[in-house]
Write a protein that binds this ligand. Structure first.
Ligand code: SAH
Ligand code: SF4
Length: 422
């Protein structure tokens, strides 16, 4: 979602004829769009700010946007007084207002106003050069998992209207985009209204969007298990534009930990969803997020996570050591020792890597359809993405960038496939 927000801020600058540069030392404006989800991401904000201060052009306007700006605005102003403006993730549109006035005196804007955000952003021309695009359809979260800052930094759950989303997607189709990732912190809790005031679920929205000429692929991220409704599950069996890929974070395989995390579902509930999805789409690629070492996680709880991974079999996943976040209910709970955390994370990642390799190996000699999205690492090589969300490399001419072509898989590396045009 930060990529999406960054692109929107870039669109705002472009609408003021301010062009992007790769070299921050020469830039008139530097915007650091930040993430607060784990401590490491927050620390990075301060080290990057230090660098801008030392090496940035004299008189450079420094703007900190995103969730660190929202949560730590005062600290930023104290530790980095040279920062001109702090804007929260739901106030990025205020950049337009500041650029119009050419005055950054206000210092901090951290309102939670998703309606005003999208009303303003809808007026700004979209610039996009890639074949794939993220489109935020839902923002914020009301679920309050005990480890998570999102409800505090992105605010309450909000769904954009169906017509706004349609307009944005049509504008992107006109620019040549064929693959869309619908974004939300709880994307499957989407409940946006159409022009007649009727509420649509995510499944209904996807059906709508897939009728737009030029939309070839749709996927969505990130879903919460308790909002995984039957209409959405069944859509995976019926809508051909919906990619056979589902990112459904479980966080832990232990009922005890899921309860401590306030996840509001059990492991059996999660297994039921996986079973239902696989019934309608047997070859669906599954992925998840895992938090390792949440306070109170015992050896047995950890074994339950390993067991869940072994039972589900993922195509890829993200796993993180638990990071205490200020202001969340779990923040002051006793931490598990670093040695145990490291050992558990290592075990989980080893298993997930093995599963990814196993999953990918099954594709050797099979043909997948690949959206070619750019040049590869080596001379003459192209890279793209299969419908199962795997990275694929192949030899080919640059003129086919942007096409979806059949590719026969010849070999697999740890995180990607190697193929030839079929
Ligand atoms: N809404 C999604 C997750 C959004 S946050 C869901 O409910 O699953 C993205 C991921 O960051 C989470 O899935 C989680 O695995 C990780 N994460 C969030 N807070 C964390 C924390 N305090 N420590 C470690 N990882 C965290
Ligand atoms: Fe965070 Fe997701 Fe839980 Fe919301 S549902 S609090 S975004 S982990």
């Amino acid at each position: 979602m930060n990529v999406y927000d960054s692109d929107k801020m870039k669109d705002i600058f472009l609408s003021h004829n301010i062009l992007p540069t790769d070299d921050y030392t020469k830039a008139d404006f530097v915007v650091l769009n930040t993430c607060h989800i784990r401590e490491k991401a927050t620390e990075k904000t301060f080290s990057d700010l230090g660098r801008f201060n030392k090496k940035g052009k004299k008189g450079q306007t420094v703007i900190v946007a995103g969730c660190v700006a929202q949560a730590e605005g005062e600290l930023i102003q104290k530790r980095a007084p040279y920062v001109d403006l702090v804007i929260g993730p739901q106030s990025i549109q205020s950049l337009d207002h500041f650029l119009k006035k050419d005055d950054f005196k206000e210092k901090a804007i951290t309102e939670f106003d998703a309606i005003e955000k999208f009303d303003t952003l809808n007026q700004i021309k979209t610039n996009h050069s890639s074949k794939t695009a993220f489109v935020t359809i839902q923002e914020g979260c009301d679920k309050f998992c005990h480890f998570c800052v999102v409800p505090y930094t992105r605010g309450a759950e909000y769904s954009r209207t169906v017509y706004e989303i349609e307009d944005e997607i049509k504008a992107l189709v006109d620019l040549g985009v064929v693959e869309f990732t619908l974004l939300g912190q709880n994307v499957n809790a989407f409940h946006g209204k159409d022009a007649s005031g009727n509420t649509h679920s995510l499944a209904s929205l996807i059906n709508h969007l897939s009728e737009i000429n030029g939309v070839e692929r749709i996927t969505y991220s990130t879903s919460h298990p308790i909002s995984m409704t039957d209409d959405l599950i069944n859509l995976h069996g019926t809508n051909e534009k919906l990619m056979p890929y589902l990112h459904l974070p479980v966080q832990s395989g232990s009922d005890n930990v899921l309860k401590l995390m306030n996840r509001k579902h059990t492991r059996d509930f999660y297994f039921d969803i996986i079973e239902k999805v696989r019934k309608v789409k047997p070859d669906i690629a599954l992925s998840s997020d895992f938090i390792i070492g949440f306070p109170g996680e015992t050896d047995k709880d950890f074994e339950d996570t390993i067991d869940l991974i072994k039972r589900v079999k993922y195509m890829n996943s993200y796993s993180f050591k638990y990071s205490p976040r200020p202001g969340t209910p779990a923040a002051n709970k006793k931490m598990i020792s670093d040695d145990i955390l490291d050992e558990r994370l290592f075990q989980v990642q080893q298993l997930l890597n093995e599963q990814q390799m196993e999953y990918n190996k099954k594709f050797i000699t099979k043909t997948v359809s690949v959206l070619i999205d750019g040049a590869g690492k080596h001379e003459g090589q192209l890279k793209g993405k299969s419908e199962f969300n795997q990275s694929v490399a192949l030899l080919g001419e640059k003129k086919i960038i942007g096409q979806i072509i059949p590719v026969e898989i010849k070999d697999v590396l740890s995180h990607s496939l190697i193929g030839e045009r079929a």
